[in-house]
Design a protein around this ligand. Structure first.
Ligand code: SAM
Length: 264
């Protein structure tokens, strides 16, 4: 009413009023790239991630989307190593979230277990050949991460997430052990999941994460598979899982290794 009246009065006086929408100022693409670059720099300087720039930048955008669109639920990673990817999600929540998210970190917090030579493929066998067997046993392959700074420990993750990033320790949940033991026991306590990031390399490890956690991801949430293009077993686990549920979601391509889906 008032707008119409003002417009009429202005028109009579020979003026035209143009109304512009006001609101929060737009966060430009350049500002996003700058913010993401600073967050990525922090986790890289601490040598806390094996994930490349595209993977981390996409994760930044996914976490930001969850904050902006109010996608409800925890941020979860299976296979955290030294916590760099979780560190991106934590920083986005601190910068853009209205409330703190629960962070769930699943890992052995020692070296990875053996692949299974019957499903995991040539590349997996080549990666582990100097460190142990390939019979799918749940034993840590000692030394496999030595060239990257050793296995990721709970202490490494605490240092990054609490001391460097300043995340609330009460919202960080460490699930230490083989997924095959921790997930059946703990998955029911996690509640809704906004982002499920699976970075577990092998068939059996990827499969158990999907079997127990996919159902908790909310509609519109993200399921990220770090090793889909890297290891045959990981790809097989994802393809079989989706086929068994008659799901045919579009697999978004991040780089030659990483794919993600938006939960239908
Ligand atoms: C490639 S690293 C993860 C990299 C990490 N996401 C990053 O940002 O650099 C894989 C991790 O998964 C863990 N992992 C793989 N299979 C596992 C299993 N079945 N149970 C527990 N931890 C597992 C390994 O111990 C290792 O820390």
């Amino acid at each position: 009413m008032i707008k119409q009246l003002l417009k009429r009065l202005a028109a009579r006086a020979g003026y035209k009023i143009i109304l512009k929408k006001t609101g929060p100022s737009r966060f430009t693409d350049q500002e996003q790239r700058d913010e993401a670059a600073a967050m990525i720099r922090l986790v890289r300087e601490k040598r806390s991630t094996m994930v490349g720039h595209e993977g981390l930048f996409t994760l930044y955008r996914q976490a930001r989307y969850c904050e902006k669109e109010g996608i409800d639920g925890a941020f979860v990673e299976c296979g955290v190593w030294k916590g760099g990817s979780v560190g991106i999600m934590a920083q986005v929540n601190l910068a853009h979230g209205n409330t703190r998210r629960e962070l769930h970190l699943f890992d052995s917090f020692e070296e990875i277990c053996e692949p299974d030579e019957t499903v995991d493929g040539e590349r997996a066998l080549a990666e582990v050949k100097n460190y142990g067997g390939s019979s799918g046993r749940m034993v840590a392959l000692k030394g496999i991460y030595d060239d990257k700074g050793g296995p990721g420990t709970v202490e490494d993750n605490r240092r990054l997430l609490i001391e460097e990033i300043g995340y609330d320790p009460d919202c960080i949940h460490f699930h230490k052990g083989w997924f095959q033991d921790t997930l059946p026991e703990r998955h029911g306590d996690i509640g809704r999941i906004a982002i499920l990031r699976i970075d577990a390399d092998w068939y059996a490890s990827t499969k158990v994460c999907l079997d127990y956690l996919f159902r908790h991801v909310v509609r519109g949430g993200f399921v990220i598979i770090d090793d889909y293009g890297a290891f045959d077993g990981c790809r097989k686990a994802v393809d079989e899982f989706l086929a068994s549920r008659e799901l045919r979601p579009f697999l978004h391509y991040v780089n030659e290794d990483i794919r993600y889906i938006v939960k239908p």
